[in-house]
Design a protein around this ligand. Structure first.
Ligand SMILES: NC(=O)c1ccc[n+]([C@@H]2O[C@H](COP(=O)([O-])OP(=O)(O)OC[C@H]3O[C@@H](n4cnc5c(N)ncnc54)[C@H](O)[C@@H]3O)[C@@H](O)[C@H]2O)c1
Length: 453
């Protein structure tokens, strides 16, 4: 679909093809030959760019989620929306109306087809390209942004293949630009409270975590608008965990992934594919094209990740069957655990023996400072306010020249689960290794602290 930028990827691709030819041999992804290991024992901050007093944003893809970010950015101090791109002109017009309605100049429109984001990136003076397109466009848009000197922020997952994960890492490093994956669940109130409790040592050493995306998306996937136009197609292409980051992002932070530990290997297993076929049979006439589609996506995919420090993570994907929503959200340590849906806590010596406590009883003491400071500003914003906090933090980091809360290595490590789960599942759940996108720097990068507004 997209032009490859061969100078950064050819070497790795050749290497991968050669490795893939060794049937039955190690499934390890080779590391880059340019690896620069940092000396152990020294902590270094993550990448930060020079401060930007007012962040000029160009949006690419302003459907459901892109428009929600537009609304947030109109409330976040220190940024302006100056350009907008979509293949649907009516989406652009709606965003232009929102922006002018908020008292800003009308953003320049880019609507000349699916690659018009390239013209936006080449022409506009922007600090940030904010990308909320369908999955297949995430990497082309981010790469175009970085090649043209703009920071990139993308919706989740950042990439669907390992090669594309590397593509983001290499362009971010080469052009010295941020490439941030906007994992809003990292900012949800329970997730942030748990992170705060982890940092304060309530659960002891964290040994295990569980997360997932368990959301009945059947009606959305079959809709004739929005995600229905592209998301169902992925179920015909990949049998994998297609959407790992909502469940993994928050627990990865609790486990210091890329900042003291890293995902090392994964095993994955998918069950049968039934849900979409059944929905199509029940909702479309016999001759409808939807009835002829062939789905390969197992309705439930479960994967297990082991980290370099020997910790374990369960992550699942379950979007084609009738069920209430859940992200599981379990974080377990040597002194106790949190378990979500419904939110519960057990801490040895504090909770009644062998009995859960309701997590909300911990909120007064352990609510994360970001939520304490931003609850009012976040009121009414998408997904209960967490999306506002996420967008606020991105703009603050860019304005103040701070490392972003999530960086390109997090985007790559979390998104890598998509293709790694496909590969493991296709090989009877054989273990597949994560590339070390940080090239050793996970050992020395400063852990994420308790952030403030
Ligand atoms: N973090 C979250 O909670 C959350 C929630 C919903 C969606 N998402 C993510 O946001 C992204 C968009 O999802 P959505 O629900 O907004 O989908 P959507 O279909 O409503 O919006 C996608 C928009 O992108 C436009 N588009 C498609 N191809 C384009 C191209 N080549 N150039 C420019 N515009 C293009 C479409 O016209 C549409 O307006 C996806 O990556 C999805 O996974 C995240």
């Amino acid at each position: 679909m997209r032009k490859r930028d061969d100078h950064v990827s050819t070497g790795r691709r050749t290497f991968l093809q050669a490795a893939g030819a060794i049937v039955g041999a190690s499934l390890a992804w080779p590391q880059r030959s340019t690896a620069q290991q940092q000396p152990a024992g020294k902590t270094t901050p993550a990448f930060a760019a020079p401060p930007i007093p007012e962040v000029r944003i160009g949006f690419v893809g302003v459907g459901g989620q892109g428009t929600a970010h537009v609304r947030n950015m109109l409330r976040v101090p220190g940024c302006r929306i100056t350009a907008v791109c979509d293949i649907a002109p009516d989406r652009i017009a709606a965003v232009q109306k929102l922006v002018t309605g908020a008292g800003q100049k009308e953003p320049v429109a880019y609507s000349r087809g699916p690659r018009d984001f390239e013209r936006l990136c080449e022409t506009e003076e922007l600090d940030l390209v904010f990308n909320a397109t369908p999955w297949e466009w995430h990497v082309p848009v981010c790469v175009a942004a970085m090649k043209n000197g703009k920071h990139a922020a993308t919706e989740v997952p950042a990439a669907m293949t390992i090669d594309d994960c590397w593509e983001l890492v290499e362009h971010s490093e080469k052009h010295r630009k941020h490439c941030v994956m906007m994992e809003n669940c990292n900012y949800d109130r329970p997730e942030m409270m748990v992170f705060n409790m982890v940092r304060q040592g309530l659960f002891g050493e964290i040994l295990h975590a569980e997360g997932g995306y368990l959301h009945d998306l059947r009606s959305i996937k079959f809709s004739n608008r929005g995600e229905g136009l592209w998301r169902r197609a992925w179920a015909t292409k990949m049998n994998a965990n297609l959407y790992p980051t909502h469940g993994l992002g928050p627990v990865a932070n609790c486990m210091d992934i890329n900042r003291g530990d890293r995902f090392e290997y994964l095993v994955s297993m998918s069950g049968p594919s039934r849900g979409l076929q059944q929905w199509a049979r029940e909702h479309f006439p016999a001759d409808a094209p939807q009835r002829a589609e062939k789905y390969v996506l197992g309705d439930v995919n479960v994967s297990l990740i082991r980290t370099a420090r020997g910790k374990t993570i369960y992550v699942s994907h379950d979007t084609n069957l009738p069920r209430p929503y859940s992200r599981i959200h379990l974080v377990q340590g040597t002194k106790g655990l949190f378990q979500g849906y419904p939110d519960r806590v057990y801490i040895e010596g504090r909770s009644p023996e062998h009995r859960w406590e309701e997590a909300k009883t911990y909120l007064a003491q352990y609510d994360h400072p970001l939520w304490v400071e931003l609850t009012k500003s976040a009121e009414g914003a998408g997904h209960g306010g967490m999306d506002y906090i996420e967008d606020y933090r991105l703009i603050k980091c860019l304005r103040e020249g701070l490392p972003t809360d999530m960086n390109v290595y997090d985007a790559a490590a979390l998104s890598a689960v998509v293709q790694l789960s496909e590969r493991s599942n296709a090989r009877r759940s054989a273990a597949v290794e994560f590339p070390d996108f940080t090239r050793g720097r996970w050992q020395t990068t400063e852990p994420l602290g308790i952030l403030h507004a």
